[in-house]
Design a protein around this ligand. Structure first.
Ligand code: NAP
Length: 470
């Protein structure tokens, strides 16, 4: 595929091979863009931002609505592209395509709801007779930098709200998975988006990302990815608005009164879907004494039956990891945990990019597999003495993106909601649940700001205060 900038599809002599992570086959190539391309893209978007700012909310909404309809029409194809480039199963890829369509559709709704607020100025000394109100205006140019693991929906979560709010947007997709983002650009253009209003530049994150994030014409950076890169972007951004959607090592607390069967069947999904490469994957289980053994007994057979293999085979329940080096990292963290006293209940083996669904018990909370973000298909179970200890350990992390509690006791559920430092809290469900319209974002090193079209629009608009002096 070509990349899209300055209003047209463009190729370059150097290209990047996009490979299927399951078998290493080249699926397609994309141009290897340069910082010069970023400069040209942003130059084109200056005009695009002006066009979008002048476009009515009604028209912006209509473009997004048409794009959502087009996405629905090609959902199976989009699902297949996601599955091929990312390695998730075809079912997971198709589900992501349907969620991305929903994200664009909700963005179309939200484009029509950008309102303002009347401020009661006569309540201020000297304010009698004056009328004050706020006006929300677009930021201008939004940079959307996205990770590999949800190559369509996480692009939709930036592009949908950015356009709904009347901005122009420059996408920098992950180099491993740029195809879904480029297909979304095709769809938006077909839906009637002015070509000047969007760019998608493919190429290495270090070079292109730096050019984009330091460009003074870019007013807003919306980044989803690792903490290390997010931190680097914040340092180089200067005076810009930033939204940071970063990593996590999400905990699940299991209390003695938990429904163990329900918890086990939900963790078998939330710990292993997309081979654990989800920012809100369940990584740590903190179980009180009565729940601990029963939960391991209930979860073990469910993990053993997760069949790995070719993501395009409908019988496959878990696909490969994105790169072999990531599977090697997970393997070494599991081996390190076992060498430090954890018990390997099942899994632990690697074949190329495929890492077996893995379950570890008796995991000391100080081990790397518990403290850092694993981003792979392994769940670490730790026995805790009490709810107090579980809350302490849940919070003993630099991250705070998602956490779960299984209990039948409402007062413990409320205490969990109040005391656990996490942007998303689930009671009687796994950590990996998200409705695309809800406010979504992390605390601590998991990020800054919120996504979900309504909330992202707030972050992609500027607020002016207008006073009419009577
Ligand atoms: P990553 O390595 O941080 O890359 C994310 C994006 O940043 C890619 O497009 C990458 O481009 C680009 N990039 C690399 N260096 C850059 C730089 N110096 N300046 C600007 N951009 C740069 O993350 P990943 O491995 O793709 O994704 C996994 C991470 O994302 C995990 O930590 C996961 O938890 C997090 N994540 C968070 C959420 C959330 O909502 N909180 C959702 C999904 C994923 P290249 O691909 O070309 O290097």
């Amino acid at each position: 595929m070509k990349m899209f900038l300055a209003g047209r599809w463009q190729d370059r002599p150097r290209s990047i091979e996009v490979r299927n992570p399951f078998n290493g086959e080249v699926i397609d190539t994309v141009p290897h863009g340069t910082p010069d391309d970023v400069n040209r893209a942003v130059e084109g978007l200056v005009e695009g931002a002006r066009l979008m700012r002048d476009m009515s909310a009604y028209d912006r909404s209509a473009i997004l609505r048409r794009a959502a309809a087009l996405m629905q029409a090609c959902e199976p194809e989009l699902g297949r592209t996601i599955s091929q480039e990312e390695g998730k199963t075809l079912a997971e890829g198709t589900f992501e395509a349907s969620r991305a369509r929903e994200t664009i559709d909700v963005s179309a709704d939200e484009a029509r709801r950008i309102g303002s607020e009347v401020i009661p100025l006569d309540a201020a000394p000297g304010g009698k007779g004056k009328l004050g109100f706020t006006l929300r205006v677009p930021c201008g140019i939004v940079a959307a930098i996205t990770p590999f693991n949800f190559p369509l929906n996480l692009v939709a979560h930036k592009v949908g709200p950015a356009l709904a709010a009347g901005n122009a947007v420059c996408i920098k997709p992950a180099s491993d998975t740029p195809l879904s983002a480029l297909k979304l650009v095709e769809i938006l253009l077909e839906a009637g988006l002015p070509p000047q209003a969007i760019a998608c530049v493919t190429g290495g994150g270090g070079e292109l990302g730096t050019a984009l994030c330091t460009d003074r014409r870019v007013r807003k950076i919306s980044f989803t990815g690792s903490y290390a890169i997010g931190d680097a972007i914040c340092r180089m951004a200067g005076v810009k608005r930033v939204t940071m959607e970063l990593g996590s090592n999400s905990p699940v607390i299991l209390l003695d009164d938990a429904d163990i069967e329900q918890a086990a069947s939900l963790v078998a999904v939330s710990g292993y879907s997309n081979a654990g490469q989800v920012c809100i994957s369940t990584q740590r289980i903190l179980a009180t004494p009565q729940a601990y053994g029963a939960f391991l007994d209930a979860l073990t057979p469910r993990v053993k039956e997760l069949r790995t293999g070719n993501p395009l085979d409908p019988a496959t329940r878990m696909g490969p990891m994105i790169r072999e080096q990531d599977a090697c990292r997970v393997e070494s963290w599991v081996q390190e945990a076992v060498a430090s006293g954890a018990r390997l209940v099942t899994g632990g083996q690697r074949e190329g990019t495929l890492f077996e669904p893995t379950l570890l018990a008796e995991v000391a909370p100080s081990l790397r597999i518990s403290c850092e973000e694993l981003f792979g298909p392994a769940v670490a179970v730790t026995r805790v003495d009490s709810f107090d200890e579980a809350i302490r350990l849940a919070n003993d992390s630099p991250y705070g993106l998602s956490a779960s509690l299984f209990t039948r006791d409402i007062s413990r559920a409320l205490r969990f909601a109040r005391e656990v430092d996490s942007g998303n809290l689930h009671i009687n469900w796994g950590t990996q649940w998200r409705a695309d319209l809800m406010p979504y974002g992390g605390l601590k090193n998991s990020g800054l700001g919120k996504e979900g079209p309504h909330y992202a629009i707030r972050e992609m608009t500027e607020e002016k205060m207008v006073v009419i002096h009577g």
